[in-house]
Design a protein. Structure first.
Length: 119
């Protein structure tokens, strides 16, 4: 059973950086893709960024382009989301998720880590 555990959230002032982490365990396969999603109060969960297993392919939501960078360290089973120039509207619970190549949807999710950006 795949387990994903996020950490590294917190409170930061607008303009500052934060780097949430996602630790994976229990895999019996190499995930096709790992993604970061977020959900703000009263809003639907939205895609933030994703990365392929090799790290060679990355994709970002428009809101994240130019400010966020997703990267991974497969030797440590870790995926990171470097967030710079944070804005109050980035405040949300951030979730890590994984999917296989056989299923389009993300089937494995972490419990989330809170990111709060103060103005």
């Amino acid at each position: 059973q795949v387990q994903l555990v996020e950490s590294g959230g917190g409170l930061v002032q607008a303009g500052g950086p934060l780097r949430p982490s996602c630790a994976a365990s229990g895999r019996t396969f190499s995930p096709f893709r790992t993604g970061w999603f977020r959900q703000a109060p009263g809003r639907e969960r939205e895609f933030v960024a994703a990365i392929s297993w090799s790290g060679g392919v990355t994709m970002y939501a428009d809101s994240a382009k130019g400010r966020f960078t997703i990267f991974r360290d497969n030797a440590k089973n870790m995926v990171y989301l470097q967030m710079n120039s944070l804005k109050p509207e980035d405040t949300a619970v951030y979730y890590c998720a994984e999917r296989t190549a056989l299923v389009v949807s993300y089937g494995y999710w972490g419990q989330g880590t809170q990111v709060t950006v103060s103005s």
